[in-house]
Design a protein around this ligand. Sequence first.
Ligand SMILES: [Zn+2]
Length: 193
Amino acid sequence: MEMITVYEVEGCWTQEREVNPTLCRLCGTKLEKVPEKGHYNSKYWSLKQNDGLDLFCCPNGCSTKKADKAFKKYYELKPFLTEESTSYNIVLDYTKIFYGWLSPRGELHPVGFQEHNYYATEVLNKSERELEVKGWAKLSKNSCFSISKEGFTKKQKDFIFDYMIAHNYDVSCLYEDEDEDEDEYIINFKEKI
Ligand SMILES: [Zn+2]
């Protein structure tokens, strides 16, 4: 965890609670009360306004900026995550996912029905074609598609395997030989018989 010496303490004014203590949104560690002197956050005690609240911060020195980013990502992905997911432990629930972009590193960006184009241009600032040329695979309800010359990457295949298992699809097609002359790769999902 990167340690920083100056950071915003917004959101860290809270009550001390033994049960359900406030956790760092970035690393999940229990927030600790900031000492009134000698800590790089001690200067913020001067901002105290409410008697019932004390200043807490992550003992690992996580920045609010990064925590905000993690929480934003978590919030956007929430419809596609397990109930237990948190901003510091994002776990995809494959059964809630039917469409998305799969990066060459195997990271899924879930999208809604007919939202591939919107997500590509508005969120990733690329055209669909640009993403596909760069090796991104397009996940749809019935198939996963790639035009990358090398076919699906190992990490994409790992994702697709887990995805197919979660959806109860027949994974045997993953082990079929690939035709090296192909310029399109497609894996068609079929229910297990
Ligand atoms: Zn932290």
